[in-house]
Design a protein around this ligand. Sequence first.
Ligand code: NAD
Length: 481
Amino acid sequence: MKKIPDAIVIDGQLRTEASGGWLELVEPATEQKWCKVPAAGKEEVEETINAANEAFVQAHWAKASPTVRAGVLLKLAKLIRDNVESLAVLESRNVGKPICSSRAEILSGAGCFEYYACAITKFYGKTIPLAEQSLDYTLRVPVGVVACIVPWNFPFLMACWKVAPALVTGNAVILKPASLTPLTALRMGELAMEAGIPAGIFQVIAGRGSEIGNYLVSHRLVRKISLTGETSTGAQIMKLAADDIKRVSLELGGKSPNVIFDDANVVKAAQAAPLAVFDNTGQDCCARSRVLVQRPIYDKFLDEFVKATKQLKIGPPLDDSTQIGPMVSAHQRESVEAYINLAREEGGRILCGAERPIDKGFYLSPTIIDGLDSRARTCQEEIFGPVACVIPFEDEADAIELANDTAYGLSASVWTQNLGRAHRVAEAIEAGVISVNTNSSVYVEAPFGGFKKSGIGRDLGMEALMQYTELKNIFVSLKED
Ligand code: NAD
């Protein structure tokens, strides 16, 4: 297998040239040009959609027994596991992600294929008792051609979350990675061919969202779009999907609260808080970037939080001990620095960070800000970088009000030793994914997705299988004529 993938995958072929020119990739840790991959233009998008539609209509994949589809997915999972190190290095060099995180994400991606390979044999319709001498039952059938569009922050993992349930339910899947980070998706396309996924059933096209995105999304043969990306991209895709009433599921932005009550284990909460927001250099839709702390423990928590944040190891992505790598691009770092300047103008106090700690590479040190009002733009808008705003609260009602004082509703954490309060607050926060006394809230077995402007629909768990199937009801009269 080639070291760096250099081809898009269309109808069972590896194409090393395409009509959209090239995507030139820059390595975030060095700021150097690194490699290039072909960019699909409209020509290739059209070809890909036609190949997907033809493969779907032929129905060899959709009509194969679930155990046959599951077997192919298990082969792909095995190939991913066999190639974990090379995939992790590609992801780390492309995104700037610490190698330990990349390894964990690649293995989690393999686990996602395994989960859905097992899940599909337990996914079936119901019989519904109705009138005498009748039979009513439901079937779950694939939607057809599905476009899976993924962002640059977790390129491989987000792709697995969508591709695995979409494929296992019998659809023909087109994966479009972000133009900054196409490499592990392209490698997934090669491995899928090796695993025996039929030509046309899984294709991967790199390309610029601004150039081919609209064409892909609006095409009449694409029946379902599954996007993870910015809220504004989600809104645009909903509009494009409206005329044909295409199915959409959207995993979008976040501005998630980390709520710490005065009865919590303060040291534990403060030591967990840095990675709750600064992991992946803060480029995480679930980043707990609004840290809400009850007044009596505010100063103690803040001291510990700043101390633990300063101990995070910033460094090159391929170093095993690195916890915080560079940001994905110069543009993303500048956008975050502009927010830090805005925070200063809004009256915020910078308690640590806000520096470029290493000369070369798009590094930005984890930044903690307090003194801002919850309605300040810095506390309301998704910054998507290593910035946390800390805000005090008085009591439970105040905490819930502040936690919900956002247009987003993806995730939240609650820290308290009071069992009743933990459940009351978890229920009252308007978010799809909540963790109590831990940062961990994402598991392949459990549904993941957002309320409000954080999205529509759910990835992961058995719920994702619903997103890629239509529900059909069949009523049969059993009466003799
Ligand atoms: P983005 O919206 O810019 O791009 C996401 C994908 O959409 C890319 O592949 C891009 O090329 C494509 N795209 C852009 N415009 C398009 C169009 N008009 N039609 C079709 N495709 C189009 O997002 P990003 O900058 O890559 O990623 C960061 C965003 O993703 C953040 O807002 C983050 O919160 C969000 N995100 C959400 C989740 C979640 O599960 N909720 C997970 C990760 C990231």
